[in-house]
Design a protein around this ligand. Structure first.
Ligand code: SF4
Length: 413
């Protein structure tokens, strides 16, 4: 295997072919929608607290949830959590293979094993045999921070992509010995280029589904950027079947981020509003940041899969956001609503957010054509044209006064 950066033959739309496994009712790999995972941060023995977090994660778009199983009380908790969970549950196992056996007894849909800290072949094979007999899938979760010390030494006392891939392949070999193949694999590192390279190499030597993540990405917003950089780079290359953001934050943020990334890349259908907004500039007639944030809050978790635009001025806003399903642009203390680029109504500036929500709900229920048909678009267009020309007269075509500035620059040069 080369240590040079590899190139892959797949793309965002031509995804790497992989086998399909099941995590409970959720298929992973083999052309299934890319799933979003997260992990609870409660004590698993706290059944009610953990279930509350599981429900919040599921509502935020999480498809599969992992809970730690680090003690017998956690396994007992899992036995009570699983029948009440809306999504499949995976038990996270480190060091103690007996916890994997206990979690399976509790009824988990999947396991995550770390080959760096469960190393005795007879233990690995005992778990895999039990999983095989029960129809449970296992993630081989290699982690750059807890690599098998033997591999660490073999690769010169460094965590390398090759070492992480070898760790995963060794584990697969043990599973093969007992005829177990319901496997997905992760090779996470906190270093983004290392993690990307490890997944690229892994994708070339196995067709098992891959679980993507940047481990210990950290708090917001840096962690979000790091995790997105690594996960998105691979998804754009067609690599990855399930993803997890590992953030030092409320896990609901992980689920939201995962979901939003997949929607932004067109890999999952939109569930909620995609709010776009202009960055604002000298032409803005409103505080765009404030209105956009209030609109985000107002839409919240409403299941309205539309793209909605908040634009700072009616001069350029409707044109720049003409692809949005619905938008609003400010001008002369009024909000100009537009649907699919067509002006439909004018509302007072103070009612812009409420109007957006009301129109979004109508469009979601009845469609854009019906929304346009219920109003006099000609009148709305006349009002928008009036405010647009008023602003142009007041501000000119050139809001930065570049012609005047150029004259001044030339005078001084
Ligand atoms: S829509 Fe208007 S306010 Fe917003 S960036 Fe464009 S020109 Fe500036």
């Amino acid at each position: 295997m080369s240590s040079e950066s590899s190139t892959v033959p797949w793309s965002l739309t031509q995804r790497r072919p992989s086998r399909q496994i099941m995590v409970g009712k959720v298929p992973v790999g083999g052309g299934a929608p890319i799933s979003v995972q997260s992990m609870t941060i409660t004590k698993t023995a706290d059944v009610e607290g953990t279930l509350q977090q599981i429900y919040a994660l599921a509502a935020a778009g999480c498809d599969i949830i992992r809970c730690t199983c680090n003690e017998i009380e956690a396994a007992e908790g899992l036995a009570q959590i699983i029948p009440r969970s809306p999504v499949p549950i995976i038990a996270d196992i480190h060091h103690q293979y007996k916890m994997a056996l206990a979690a399976m007894e509790a009824g988990v849909h999947g396991l995550r094993l770390n080959p760096g800290n469960i190393r005795r072949p007879e233990h690995i094979k005992a778990v895999a045999s039990e999983a095989r007999d029960r129809g449970i899938s296992i993630r081989i979760g290699v982690n750059g921070g807890s690599l098998d010390p033997e591999l660490y030494d073999k690769y010169g006392g460094k965590v390398t992509a090759e070492a992480m891939v070898e760790s995963a392949l060794r584990e697969i070999a043990y599973f093969d010995e007992v005829g177990f193949d319901q496997i997905k694999i992760s090779v996470k590192a906190s270093n983004v280029p290392l993690m990307v390279e490890a997944y690229r190499q892994l994708s070339e030597v196995t067709d098992h589904p891959l679980h993507l993540g940047v481990t210990e990405a950290g708090p917001l917003p840096n962690g979000l950027l790091k995790a997105t950089a690594g996960i998105a780079a691979l998804l754009l290359e067609g690599i990855g079947d399930t993803i997890r953001y590992s953030l030092t934050a409320d896990p609901v943020e992980e689920a939201r981020a995962g979901r939003q990334l997949l929607e932004a890349l067109g890999l999952r259908e939109r569930k909620n509003v995609d709010l776009i907004a202009c960055p604002s500039c000298g032409r803005a007639e409103i505080d765009v940041i404030d209105v956009a944030n209030r609109a985000m809050l107002a839409f919240g978790e409403r299941k309205i899969p539309l793209q909605v635009a908040v634009m700072g001025c009616v001069v350029n806003g409707p044109g720049e956001a003409r692809e949005a399903d619905l938008g609003i642009a400010a001008g002369n203390k009024r909000g100009h609503l537009f649907v699919k680029g067509r002006n439909v109504a004018v509302v007072p500036e103070s009612e812009m957010v409420e109007a957006l929500v009301e129109w979004a709900e109508f469009i979601h229920e009845h469609g854009a054509e019906a929304a346009i048909a219920r109003v006099d678009t000609k009148k709305a267009e006349r009002e928008a044209a009036k405010d647009r020309s008023m602003l142009l007269n007041a501000q000119g075509d050139d809001v930065n006064r570049s012609n005047e500035r150029i004259v001044e620059i030339r005078k001084k040069s």
